[in-house]
Design a protein around this ligand. Structure first.
Ligand code: GDP
Ligand code: IMO
Ligand code: MG
Length: 423
């Protein structure tokens, strides 16, 4: 029936893994189309709790096929260990997981460069996940990348590796690092390639046939709109295109074939890493959100910064992506708060301004304008019917819908697959 795209609407960690796992029950294909193992998508279902970094979060639906398409960059060690741990939990991957030969490889020097760039920036660092994401995408766009297809041919791989090491070792030694050994890297990659070979297949015809045959395709966005390389809070962003427009480049799916675009919105806001965050809370309320929401990174374990929901951001996200609906997550985390604030707009020098009016420095100076909602006393945790929500929670959701100008289609009331309301 449809191609559905799920996008994080804030600074990542909105609960995309939870929503994908739920929606994948009706999917034939679930596709990761950008980013790398900087993503950490938590899935909790009857099979257990899984932090997914590269394998699509829909792998748990045994009828569905999981695709890692060309826009994703791969750390093969992380991928192999994720596949092995899924297999150990009884989840079959052979014949169900397909990896595009066009995916670029995260090489050892990319991780070192990621660290060196951050160290050079000092206090002004981006606060990356340290997974080599920026340097790998930089090599991709400057025609210096090494792809899975290259690795499949031993001579081709060794040639490319040699060229890159000539360049990269000059840079690394100039920056005080040790030279990397071609033989060590080559041995490691040629060994690990045997483990991923059975999964490599050109996925373009698979997806085109799926569209032609009206199969259900679920596209799993990573990160969040405000980490998008163009439209996020640059330079405090990630390297890939997070927006709905990234699907054609990252998965070979034409824009007109996307039927539903669901923006995942956490009922409050969090951010890991550096960069502006207008509604950030520093004292007890922020601490309470972190504690109740267990706001620690799925990938790095870092403390997530916490604050109130920022609707100015959600309106922008909805507009630029063309959302057809929202999925609100972690409503239950707000249980018991006497008052809940929502930023409805910004001012700058006393004048109303929009997110798109400026850059990261501008955003660090805007003043949020708040609307206060009444909290609720009855817990919402695990509620599955809209009618069972406390009246104040319904008012909060209606307020979000109205201010964002986008319909809410799902409300998540807990981390588990079944803790969800479909509206
Ligand atoms: P993602 O990167 O967008 O997939 O999000 P993460 O998995 O990094 O972070 C979301 C966290 O919130 C995970 O620990 C989820 O298990 C949890 N979670 C997701 N939805 C809900 C919800 O509705 N309520 C609660 N309490 N936790 C949730
Ligand atoms: P999921 O898919 C939260 C952030 C990093 C850092 C910036 C750049 O789980 O929502 P990078 O390593 O990508 O070069 O870091 O982007 N970041 C994320 N924050 N969730 C994510 O993914 C993120 N992916 C990248 O913290 O601020
Ligand atoms: Mg995450």
């Amino acid at each position: 029936m449809a191609v559905t795209l799920v996008i994080g609407s804030q600074w990542g960690d909105e609960g995309k893994g939870k929503i994908i796992d739920y929606l994948s029950l009706k999917s034939d294909y679930v596709v990761r189309f950008h980013g790398g193992n900087n993503a950490g998508h938590t899935v909790i279902n009857k099979l257990g709790k899984f932090p997914m970094h590269l394998v699509p979060s829909g792998i748990f639906n045994e009828k569905s096929k999981a695709i890692i398409s060309n826009g994703v960059i791969l750390d093969l060690e992380v991928l192999v260990s994720e596949i092995e741990s899924l297999e150990k939990s009884g989840i079959k991957t052979k014949g169900r997981l397909f990896i595009s030969p066009r995916c670029h490889l995260i090489m050892p020097y990319h991780k070192i460069l990621d660290r060196l760039y951050e160290e050079a920036k000092g206090k002004k660092k981006t606060g990356t996940t340290g997974r080599g994401i920026g340097p790998t995408y930089a090599d991709k766009v400057s025609y210096n990348g090494i792809r899975i297809a290259d690795l499949l041919s031993k001579t081709g791989f060794l040639e490319k590796l040699e060229t890159q090491l000539i360049l990269k070792n000059k840079i690394l030694t100039a920056l005080g690092e040790k030279k990397l050994s071609k033989n060590e890297i080559a041995d490691h990659f040629l060994k690990i390639r045997e483990k991923i070979k059975p999964y490599v297949a050109e996925v373009y015809p698979l997806l085109q046939n799926a569209i032609k045959n009206k199969k259900e395709i679920l596209l799993e966005g990573a990160h969040g709109v405000f980490l998008d390389n163009d439209w996020g809070t640059y330079p405090f962003v990630s390297a890939s295109t997070v927006l709905s427009g990234g699907v054609t480049a990252g998965a070979g799916i034409p824009p007109r074939d996307i039927n539903n675009i669901i923006g995942v919105v956490k009922a409050y806001t969090t951010r890991v890493g550096s960069g502006p965050f207008p509604t950030e809370l520093f004292e007890s309320v922020g601490e309470k959100l972190r504690e109740k929401g267990n706001e620690f990174g799925t990938t790095t374990g870092r403390k997530r910064r916490c604050g109130w929901l920022d609707i100015e951001l959600i309106r922008f996200a909805s507009q630029i992506n063309g959302y057809t609906g929202l999925a609100i997550t972690k409503l239950d985390v707000l249980d018991g708060f006497p008052q809940i604030k929502v930023c409805t707009s910004y001012t700058y020098d006393g004048k109303k301004v929009n997110y798109s009016a400026g850059d990261a420095v501008f955003l660090s100076r805007v003043k949020p304008v708040y609307k206060t909602f009444k909290g609720w006393k009855k817990p919402t945790k695990g509620i599955k019917k809209y009618a069972d929500l406390p009246i104040e929670a319904k008012e909060y959701l209606k307020g979000i819908e109205k201010l964002a100008g986008t319909k809410i289609k799902y409300v998540s009331t807990g981390g588990e697959r079944t803790e969800i309301i479909k509206i």
